[in-house]
Each structure stands twice: as C-alpha cells, then as structure tokens.
Design a protein. Structure first.
Length: 106
C-alpha cells in the first residue's frame, strides 16, 4: 500500500486517451487528471497538493492490505489489485472517448 502523503511517481499507473491522462496510485487513488485535454484545468490534483488538490479513491476500508498494479496484456487497461486477509479485489481503470466526450471508467 502507498503510505505517504505524496507517493513516488513510480507508484502510479497511467491511463489516457491521447488527449489527456490520469495518474492512478497503487492505493487506488486518481491523484492527477485534467480534462478534456492535457492543457485543461485539473479535475484531481492531489499529486501537487494533497490537502486541497482533490482525488478520487476506490480502495478497501482500513490499512490491512497489499496492492499490485498491472496492465492487461496488449491494452492500456490498468488493474489495481487489493489483497486483504478476507480476499482479493480489483479495480480496472481505463480512459476512452465516447464521441467528443472523454470517459474514465473504473
């Protein structure tokens, strides 16, 4: 599990659609995302300001878990896997366009 206020950049996976991108930390948090383009204002910016930057997090309750991130083979689909004493859960993240609109799917 990522345990610092500002995780290392290497502790993030990247999802994007060629117009913008999001950084997903190993703890399941989207720490950076600007939409609909790279030069747009940020929606989530915890990577720059953990207290005021905003984030989106999907993760188990508590701290008793380990995490791993992998990309599904030959895709840009990021899988964040949570292993707890009770079992295993996954969050699959990807970005894609739906006509002129960007969607982050989790």
């Amino acid at each position: 599990m990522v345990s610092t206020k500002y995780p290392e950049i290497a502790d993030h996976g990247l999802i994007g659609d060629f117009q913008t991108a999001a950084l997903v930390a190993r703890d399941g948090t989207i720490d950076w995302f600007c939409a609909p383009r790279f030069d747009s204002p940020s929606v989530f910016a915890a990577l720059l300001d953990a207290d005021k930057g905003g984030r989106c997090r999907i993760a188990p309750i508590g701290t008793a878990y380990e995490t791993r991130q992998i990309y599904l083979p030959d895709t840009a689909n990021l899988v964040t896997r949570f292993m707890t004493p009770e079992g295993v859960g996954e969050v699959r993240s990807r970005a894609h366009t739906n006509g002129p609109h960007l969607r982050l799917n989790r």
